[in-house]
Design a protein around this ligand. Structure first.
Ligand code: ADP
Length: 474
């Protein structure tokens, strides 16, 4: 349980972090930058305005000859004080040595002020500069009639009203930003919950499946195009396949046990009856031992077939594909099985339409085709016919094995390649066989990247067509 929650919490945590990084932080940064830019804009505008003001003053001072004319002075002092009051700034007028002639505050009169701004205004040009304290210093030079710089006008402005104005807007904007953030955060939380909810369920289902509960399913809406639902559907699909594999494995095991149990019980019954009847004649012993021997043969046959199948199933077993003449492979098979056909008086015919070379694993492929031919002979009554035809086109080789035997019903055809599957009527007739032959053939043909098709009619005969590519592409 803890693990499960841990998983979904991690996703929630990731989503919140993503939201913080991609949403909140840039939002706050943006707001801060906007405020700074606005503040700078107002300060620059203020500087221009103050420079203008200072220039007007300088002009007035020059025109009025204020620096020289003592009579004008009183009226002008009044003017400076008024302007300073109205504008909310301090005005200082100095001579060309930095000595204060008039200070609107009245505090620095007669003092010498040497600041870089005054020096700069006297030497080069007018300045407007923000100080570290935040104050704005604006200095313009006063030019006398001869064009010489005779003094400066210094305006000192404390931009508190600008700060107050910005602070006034900042508060509602920040409240708004926080409000938006909260709404988005709630949205992200709800969203992450709607994602992690099904995800947690999915993880639980996968965990249960991996613990062996193959019947576990994720509830999904098949029509949904939601990715999690699609993963859920894929998991369900996988679980279904696992269930099928598990069922077939169980069938397989029970089939193997059943198949081995039958000869074992016969051996047990046979050996017990000999043991119990100590007086039995030698012929009876021999007969019973023959029966036991044939049961052992049958068990060996089953086990050999099983081993072959298991080996075929293990993909890692070495398979050696060589260029072989299929004509020679099939001739060998025909030669080997002809006595069997002759025994039943079966007309056994082999036709090679062309010379066919293909890349095959000779041993395995021989076994696969032999099974088909053996079945043909086995399930065909005396006097019937079994025909093998070898042909090819540009890409594939075709081996057709047809017989005029007992045939199979349509509904059996899809099952005969299953392990241990035998059609009952043939089973009853005790034709022998393990029910594994066609499985082996099927697996081998698939291993050669080929296919196998069967057509059959009851009491008319059966045809198997094997197709394999001439060149084996891995
Ligand atoms: P078996 O060892 O029983 O022959 P196979 O796997 O080779 O097992 O075949 C499975 C079943 O398919 C057989 O039991 C038989 O009923 C049926 N079968 C296979 N080949 C033929 C055939 N040529 N004609 C009729 N029935 C066949």
């Amino acid at each position: 349980m803890a693990k499960k929650k841990g998983g979904s919490y991690r996703i929630k945590f990731l989503m919140i972090i993503t939201y913080l990084c991609a949403g909140l932080i840039p939002l706050f940064l943006f707001t801060a930058v906007v405020f700074k830019t606005t503040e700078n804009y107002f300060i620059e505008e203020k500087k221009k305005e103050l420079l203008n003001q200072a220039n007007i003053f300088s002009g007035h001072i020059t025109i009025s000859g204020y620096l020289k004319n003592e009579d004008m002075r009183h009226a002008f002092d009044r003017d400076i004080e008024l302007t300073s009051e109205q504008g909310g700034f301090r005005i200082i007028v100095t001579d060309d040595m930095g000595v204060v002639i008039e200070d609107s505050n009245g505090t620095d009169n007669g003092k010498t002020i040497i600041i870089p701004e005054i020096v700069e205004a006297l030497e080069t040009k007018d300045v407007a500069r923000e100080q570290e304290s935040g104050d704005i210093y604006v200095v313009t030079s006063i030019v006398d009639e001869s064009g010489k710089k005779a003094g400066t006008v210094l305006i000192i402005y404390k931009p508190e009203d600008i700060h107050a104005m910005i602070a006034g807007i900042r508060k509602p904007v920040y409240i708004m930003t926080i409000l938006i953030s909260c709404i988005v955060l709630t949205f992200v939380l709800v969203l992450s919950h709607t994602i992690t909810g099904p995800l947690s369920k999915l993880m639980e289902v996968i965990r249960n499946i991996s613990e062996g509960h193959f019947d576990e399913r994720m509830p999904v809406d098949e029509n949904s195009d939601n990715e999690i639902m699609q993963v859920g559907a894929a998991v369900n699909n996988m679980a279904e396949k696992l269930e099928e594999v598990e069922t077939s494995r169980q069938h397989f095991v029970s089939n193997v046990s059943h198949e081995l149990k039958t000869p074992l019980s016969s051996i047990k019954v046979l050996s017990e009856s000999i043991l119990l009847d100590s007086e039995a004649p030698k012929e009876t012993y021999i007969e019973f031992l023959k029966d036991i021997n044939s049961e052992v043969d049958r068990m060996t046959e089953i086990i050999n077939d099983l081993l072959t199948l298991v080996k075929l199933d293990q993909k890692e077993i070495p398979v050696t594909f060589n260029q072989e003449s299929l004509n020679s492979v099939i001739e060998d098979i025909v030669k080997r099985l002809r006595p069997l056909a002759d025994n039943k008086n079966i007309d056994f015919e082999y036709t090679a339409v062309k010379e066919v070379n293909a890349e095959i694993d000779r041993t395995k492929f021989t076994l696969a085709v032999s099974n088909l031919v053996e079945n043909g002979i086995k399930y065909t009554d005396e006097g019937g016919k079994v025909k093998v035809v070898l042909d090819c086109d540009h890409q594939n080789a075709f081996i057709t094995v047809s017989d005029t035997g007992i045939g199979m019903a349509e509904e059996e055809l899809s099952k005969i390649f299953q392990r241990f599957y035998r059609i009952d009527k043939t089973r009853n007739r005790e034709t022998g066989g393990t029910g594994l032959g066609l499985s082996i053939t099927h697996s081998t043909v698939l291993m050669h990247n080929g296919s196998i098709k069967v057509t059959s009619r009851e009491n008319e005969g059966t045809t198997f067509v094997v197709r394999i590519p001439l060149i084996h592409n891995m």
